[in-house]
Design a protein around this ligand. Structure first.
Ligand SMILES: CC(C)(COP(=O)(O)OP(=O)(O)OC[C@H]1O[C@@H](n2cnc3c(N)ncnc32)[C@H](O)[C@@H]1OP(=O)(O)O)[C@@H](O)C(=O)NCCC(=O)NCCS
Length: 165
């Protein structure tokens, strides 16, 4: 049997996605700031778009790295999320998401947090499937690629340690 043809690689820019949402009363916690779960849900959704853009397959979240909320986001702020694929393994990929909050009355923007999520492409039997490699082009993309490779190494080390008990 002839070997499976290699999937063509894709550029980071092809996976890039940006989304924004104005924070409304239904997004509030009891203190009147934005509820953290709202941001977590947005993070997962924008990351999913980048994962599906890169693979053009169904993708599921397999892991979310630590998320720190360093400062509150206020009602009325526009939350802007930018995502792209940082690194690709065989069936999984790391997506980086940068979150900014814009005070619409002044135009001032704050970088409120960044997060890394790992997605896996799954086939019709819900099993992991091979995905295209990623080609970083710019200096920033190459820096993110290297950092993501190191994070992946640490994640898998932790996963294996957990499995060993
Ligand atoms: C995604 C899923 C199919 C993977 O199954 P699995 O048996 O763990 O598969 P594998 O061990 O072959 O791992 C598949 C890939 O995920 C990566 N992976 C698995 N667990 C991981 C973790 N905790 N962190 C980072 N990567 C992980 C593996 O490294 C591998 O990547 P690679 O092919 O690029 O090397 C399975 O875990 C699943 O169905 N999870 C539920 C997903 C879901 O429903 N998400 C929504 C949350 S409600």
């Amino acid at each position: 049997m002839s070997p499976k043809p290699k999937l063509p690689s894709r550029f980071v820019r092809e996976s890039r996605h940006e989304s924004s949402e104005m924070m409304m009363p239904q997004h509030a916690n009891n203190l009147g700031h934005v509820f953290g779960g709202v941001i977590l849900s947005l993070l997962d959704r924008v990351a999913a778009v980048s994962a599906i853009r890169h693979t053009r397959q169904n993708c599921v979240t397999v892991s979310v790295d630590r998320v720190d909320f360093r400062e509150p986001i206020h009602l009325g702020d526009l939350v802007i999320l930018k995502s792209s694929v940082n690194f690709v393994g065989r069936t999984s990929m790391e997506i980086g998401v940068r979150v900014e909050a814009e005070d619409l009355s002044t135009g001032a923007r704050r970088h409120t947090n960044s997060c890394y999520l790992t997605f896996v492409a799954i086939d019709r039997n819900h099993r992991p499937m091979e995905i295209p490699q990623i080609v970083p082009e710019t200096d920033d993309e190459k820096r993110r690629y290297g950092a993501a490779q190191e994070r992946r190494r640490r994640r898998l080390e932790e996963r294996n340690a957990e499995r060993r008990g």
